[in-house]
Design a protein around this ligand. Structure first.
Ligand code: LMR
Length: 397
């Protein structure tokens, strides 16, 4: 019956993380998956989230289904976090937000909606992008193509080439943009570059689809929402999928959202209706627990500042590891330029290591990087950064 079912080659990120789990070496180092580990190498349980959980559990009663679009308190809190408390778009009823199963769930619901209402639109993603973007959107039946993004020569952004490509893109193409902490490169647009992008999006009637999975890991919780707020202020219609996996260390709870900024409140009502239909067709309604933790942290006057400080601490620790890795590698290989570790933002750096060099790192040294050369800096700590630098120096020598 199933002889025609071919073997699954595995996912470049998740399968590598599974292989890491099975690796018996005690000195192994996981720089593969986009997870924040603390300096002891553990996934933190943030005190703000732990306290929120105690409160949520203490208040918990019956467990009815949530509405298709998710919990109202969660959706309101997400809108305030992304668009700001004074957002004119939110006040005008132009923003639709649904609770999603992680931001991946938001991408999927958005992709299904786009396939239905913009069936001939192409999805344009950055070259490179998160490995799963192409898979999710192709899974929605969309055609996925790339626009220029990463400059391997400088470790920076090919902004001019990106703009030129978007200027000649088909009208109503969907443009997937990483709102901050680009995955996998760590290379972001500056605020000025976001401003320069706006007229191009408007002229070509392009529909931006922002992915905001790392809010707070770039420059700050508010700063990392800059693109979202700019596009909303500029009157653009667009999508934004966001996640609390990293910012609240809630990976397994699958807490995310999808927001759609619409031209007016009347269109927003219909968009929300069709989002609900899309959700019903996919998984009916989202889970209750994780979203309530998020809503509590964001709305509780005691917990919100606690969480904001925790995000600062996680971001600062990554910065420290970037500096340390840069310094140790520069000392070991004086002729080489490792300054990209300092300029790239968020959890990831694109090291330029080849797939073969990554294989060597894994096999000879137990250091796990995605084969694209993406390193999760958040997996470094004071106990493993020197060993990581030595291993990289060995494969580069
Ligand atoms: C990553 O990029 O490593 C994370 O977003 C985890 C994932 O699902 O790929």
């Amino acid at each position: 019956m199933f002889q025609h079912v071919e073997a699954y080659p595995g996912d470049p990120i998740l399968s590598l993380n599974e292989a890491f789990g099975k690796d018996p070496r005690t000195n192994k180092i996981n720089l593969s998956i986009g997870i924040y580990f603390d300096d002891a190498g553990k996934i933190p349980m943030l005190p703000s989230v732990r306290t929120a959980e105690h409160k949520v559990v203490a208040d918990a009663g019956a467990r009815p289904y949530l509405p298709m679009e998710g919990a109202a308190n969660f959706r309101t809190a997400v809108q305030e976090l992304l668009f700001g408390a004074d957002s004119a778009a939110v006040k005008a009823g132009r923003v639709v937000t649904i609770q999603a199963v992680g931001s991946s769930g938001g991408l999927k619901v958005g992709g299904d909606f786009i396939k239905r209402y913009f069936p001939t639109s192409t999805m344009l993603v950055s070259d490179p992008t998160w490995d799963n973007h192409k898979a999710v959107f192709e899974g929605c039946g969309l055609t996925v193509k790339t626009y220029p993004y990463y400059d391997a020569a400088t470790g920076g952004l090919r902004f001019d080439a990106m703009i030129e490509a978007l200027k000649v893109a088909e009208k109503k193409s969907i443009v997937l943009l990483h709102a901050c902490c680009h995955n996998p490169t760590g290379v972001d647009l500056t605020q000025e570059q976001w401003q320069q992008l706006v007229p191009v999006l408007k002229e070509r009637e392009l529909i931006a689809f922002l992915d905001l999975a790392y809010q707070g890991y770039g420059d700050g919780i508010v700063e990392d929402a800059y693109a979202v707020r700019l596009l909303a202020e500029q009157g653009l219609s667009f999508f934004v999928a966001n996640s609390f996996s990293k910012s609240m260390s809630l990976y397994g709870e699958r807490c995310g959202a999808l927001s759609v900024v619409c031209p007016d409140a009347a269109q927003a009502v219909n968009v929300l209706g069709q989002m609900k239909a899309t959700i019903r067709r996919n998984y009916s309604n989202p889970p209750l627990h994780g979203g309530q933790l998020v809503a509590r942290v964001l709305s509780d006057p005691e917990l919100r500042p606690m969480w904001e400080a925790e995000v600062v601490a996680m971001r600062d620790r990554i910065q420290l590891m970037r500096r340390k890795l840069h310094d140790v590698l520069s000392a070991k290989l004086p002729g080489r330029d490792f300054s990209y570790f300092l300029t790239q933002r968020g959890m990831f750096s694109y090291t330029g290591l080849t797939a073969e060099q990554c294989d060597r790192l894994k096999e000879e040294f137990g250091v796990y990087l995605v084969r694209s050369g993406r390193m999760c800096i958040a997996g470094l700590n004071t106990g493993n950064v020197e060993a990581t630098a030595s291993a990289i120096a060995a494969v580069l020598a």
